[in-house]
Write a protein that binds this ligand. Sequence first.
Ligand SMILES: [Zn+2]
Length: 264
Amino acid sequence: MWIDTHCHLDAHEFGDESAAQAALAKAQGVGMIVIPAVETANFPIVAGLAASVDNACYALGIHPIYVPNAKEDDLRVLREQVAVAMADPRFVALGEIGLDFFIPMLTEPAMREKQVFFFREQLKIAREFELPVLMHVRRSQDVILKHVRQIPPAGGIAHAFNGSDQQAKMYIDLGFKLGFGGAMTFTRALQIRRMAAELPLDTIVLETDAPDISPSWVHPGRNSPDQIPRIGAVLAELRGMTVEQVATATTANARAALPRMLLK
Ligand SMILES: [Zn+2]
């Protein structure tokens, strides 16, 4: 069995096919798909989608790319919704939260400051409810690490990991798993492939980030959660392991990172 630890199954790119995509993934052995939220407006959508299929769960949070449009009151809404969702077995984490210092508009001083404020406030909510976090880390590895050290959540996942060996070690020491997906399938992605091959196996989880970060054989098409087994097969080849060993280990790692996740 496989787990897609990061999939925006509610994205408009999937149109009315979201539930069908979950079923397609299930037929390929993907027993669980984690759907992160991006803004308060899609909180009910991710929760509803997770409830409507039998192989999905969800997280609630405000994504850094949505911070420019977010209001401070959205943090109150998030905290309230999290408090309610704690009774929902399909609610597994706070996310997607993080810092994006790649998109130019997000790197202007006032917007950097607003991103950091939203990130820290969400880390505080994660701590209050003892929840793991799903983190978007883009050109912001060290800044994220600094804030996570100050306000440590109950672990979680650094999604689409693309840092250095030293940064990987720091995330691991802080109790995080590292998410690997489509980027690892490109032969030119030397550093990501080397890290996927060499990091301790118990630190790696698989993800699609669908509809984004398509694997090489789909690129530039739309990514989907049924790609996870083939992405896992790439990891197995890089590590010289069997596909079954990779499926078993990455599933166990996802369960360890997201202990609220219920698997059949
Ligand atoms: Zn995402």
